[in-house]
Design a protein. Structure first.
Length: 171
């Protein structure tokens, strides 16, 4: 990626990141709804957007790290920093009102949850996993050598896969 493209990509990522963080903060600042109110589809949508951005940035990194890829450490580090920031915000997009998983229910992929209800029964573990993954992504964003970066990203991928295996319901 040449520098003008990298700057445009970073500017776009920054805008998306800002939008996700603004949504998370506005949701967190909103007073709780009565318990008989439906869960917030907006909150679920916001976390899907955040996870989509994390995934897109991991794809960019993993493409650079592939055998046929070209690692541009400064670009890869920017992607890792975005991932770190999003992972810090991510658990805050799981208020109890979004615990709406129902076995066999028809779901709208854009606004319905695929989150395992176990997230809310052991939220401290979920929060800890996201925090640890954020720290790994942060360490990758500050790597001085390609091998150091690769090791951090390998660890981050393992953490992501383990969390998805535990907390993502696919039916």
């Amino acid at each position: 990626m040449n520098r003008p493209n990298a700057v445009r990509a970073f500017a776009r990522q920054s805008c998306v990141l800002f939008a996700v963080l603004a949504a998370a903060l506005s949701i967190a600042a909103t007073p709780s709804l009565a318990e008989d109110q439906p869960p917030s589809k907006d909150t679920i949508f916001a976390r899907k957007v955040a996870m989509g951005e994390i995934d897109m940035n991991m794809d960019e990194i993993e493409t650079m790290l592939a055998p046929e890829g070209k690692l541009l450490l400064s670009d890869a580090e920017e992607h890792a920093e975005v991932i770190s920031t999003l992972l810090m915000a991510f658990p805050h997009l799981f208020p109890p009102s979004t615990n709406q998983w129902k076995e066999g229910a028809e779901r709208d992929p854009a606004t319905d949850t695929f989150a395992n209800p176990a997230i809310w029964s052991n939220f401290s573990d979920f929060y800890k996993r996201a925090s640890e993954a954020s720290k790994i992504a942060w360490a990758a964003s500050r790597a001085k050598k390609p091998d150091e970066f690769r090791a951090q990203i390998k660890e981050l991928r393992l953490r992501c896969n383990a969390c998805h295996a535990l907390n993502l319901k696919t039916e």
